[in-house]
Write a protein that binds this ligand. Sequence first.
Ligand code: NAP
Length: 368
Amino acid sequence: MDTFAFIIHPIDPKRDVSRKFPFLGRVLTERQIDFFSTFFPPVYISEINGITSQATGKEIKGWFIACPYTPRRMMELRERTVYRKIIQTGRFAEKLGAQILGLGAFTSVVGDAGLTIAGALDLPVTTGDSYTIAIAVQAIREAARVMDIPLGEATAAVVGATGSIGRVCAELLADDVAELILIGRREEALVELRDRLGVRARARLRTSTRVNDIAQAQLILTVTSAIHEVIHPEDLQPGSVVCDVARPRDVSAMVAAVRNDILVIDGGMVDVPGPVDFHFNFGFPPGKAYACMAETITLALEGRFEDYTLGKDISRQRVEEITALADKHGFRLSGFRSFEREVTEEHIESVRQAARRARRIHSMQERS
Ligand SMILES: NC(=O)c1ccc[n+]([C@@H]2O[C@H](COP(=O)([O-])OP(=O)(O)OC[C@H]3O[C@@H](n4cnc5c(N)ncnc54)[C@H](OP(=O)(O)O)[C@@H]3O)[C@@H](O)[C@H]2O)c1
């Protein structure tokens, strides 16, 4: 049976450590977990069974293994030290017999986005970013539809537009919307991106280094590598949609708490084909996975045991190819989730109503 492995790591330290080690998660503080994670070896998490291709009936098996570092730790430590730990985790995957390795969340962001790690390992590696891009863009298009936001007339914003994922998301959205605001921290890189996309983009393109310019957009796709929240309740206009692809999240939990007129969705959740059992709760309902996991699984189902998405320069062709392969094997954009909860039709309707009320109040205030 063909096999894969996927590296996960703690993002919310107490919550995620509790999922594997309930006692440690209870007694250690966040700071202590951060500190001890430096000395912890890679951790075997679980075996994954039941994934079956809808196209070929092929079944595969996989493993979750954890690199113990938190995002904060990965940013604080020397790149070399972080690579070493991820490579050590990859060697563990090799020993288990994995034929391809996926890099989850920050293990794909560090340094050169998988190139050094793949170079040091004997098994092929992918970051999963190509399919993450595809699913993030599909999700925001679908969210626009359910919120009655006409895509062709909308203003969209990509926060983290100069990043590996953000750049291609921007390229795809530039074909859909009327106006696109490219937001990042480096003006020069934003201008370069704008000039490159501008040649064939449908959308009028603007750049900004201020995150609060998202107030001008109805559709926001956010995918920064910030380890703290960058989007706050006061930044958003009523009725807008925010698709948060970043892990850790970019959107403050306060948005859900105090803005009932905004639809925040998690980017990147897909339905997995076959009676999958991950034997581990990573926060999704049964049968669902992150798009980056799905890319690794798709490659194993397809028998494509080769390095796939690596490095910071992701091509649109790769995104289109993995979308077609994932589609063929039966992966689908899943229903929406927001802050670990399912987004129901009633919730969407209540957001629409609250947005209408907020707009009415706003226009009354403007008139008086
Ligand atoms: N949901 C999923 O399935 C999935 C899969 C893979 C990755 N991810 C997540 O996606 C995120 C981005 O990954 P990536 O590989 O695209 O990272 P990346 O290539 O390092 O790009 C990060 C982007 O974020 C911007 N940025 C960083 N810190 C910022 C801050 N404090 N404020 C505003 N902008 C900031 C950077 O701007 P500058 O270029 O100007 O510095 C850059 O545009 C990460 O959180 C990662 O964990 C999620």
